[in-house]
Write a protein that binds this ligand. Structure first.
Ligand code: ADP
Length: 180
């Protein structure tokens, strides 16, 4: 699947893998964090467990310096990846799903701002979980559509975006959305 810029040869390949994001090799692994940056469940818990204490230390330093109020929804920040097979973790905060307010732009922004940060770091391969589709309650189908739309239309120098599906059904949904 091709996306990204349509000038020169800057195309981005998008691939899908099923499994645990902490096992994926990429320059940057995206964390579906919360604003506190101090850990949580789901992807966040798995990344902190696998990354080790250096990741939490880096997050605490961010909170003590540039991000005293935490990371805004839709924003992204990078830390060391600790023991993970990656150079960086890019922490982003997806919006909680709401039935009264359309927060699609914030979810898109979690993807696009992560890619912009990846560009500024020089990361050429990045892996995303399905942001906001767990504890933050987005219907999986909607979360997949926003993710695929965001990464296929983004302007980025990233060569390979891996979308990590935690289960087979999610992998199938992502593959289907990519072929539309
Ligand atoms: P959020 O709080 O943004 O909703 P979650 O981490 O709760 O984030 O869940 C996001 C998605 O990631 C869900 O689809 C969940 O099934 C999936 N997920 C949970 N753990 C992992 C993991 N270790 N690797 C990849 N995906 C995971």
């Amino acid at each position: 699947v091709r996306g990204g810029r349509d000038d020169d040869q800057a195309t981005t390949s998008i691939r899908v893998v099923r499994g645990d994001i902490t096992a994926v090799h990429a320059d940057a692994i995206i964390n579906a964090a919360n604003s506190s940056l101090l850990g949580g469940g789901g992807v966040d818990g798995a990344i902190h467990r696998a990354g080790g204490p250096a990741v939490l230390d880096a997050c605490k330093t961010l909170r003590a310096t540039t991000l005293p109020d935490g990371l805004a929804v839709g924003a992204a920040v990078a830390t060391t990846a600790g023991n993970l097979p990656a150079q960086w973790i890019i922490h982003t905060v997806g919006p909680r799903h709401s039935t009264t307010e359309d927060r699609t732009d914030l979810l898109r922004s979690a993807y696009t701002r992560s890619l912009t940060l990846a560009d500024s770091l020089g990361a050429r391969t990045v892996a995303f979980p399905l942001i906001s589709a767990g504890a933050y309650g987005w219907p999986r189908h909607d979360a997949v559509n926003v993710a695929v739309d965001a990464v296929t239309t983004a302007t980025t120098d990233v060569d390979v975006v891996t979308l990590v599906a935690y289960d087979d059904e999610t992998a199938t949904l992502i593959r289907r959305a990519l072929t539309r």
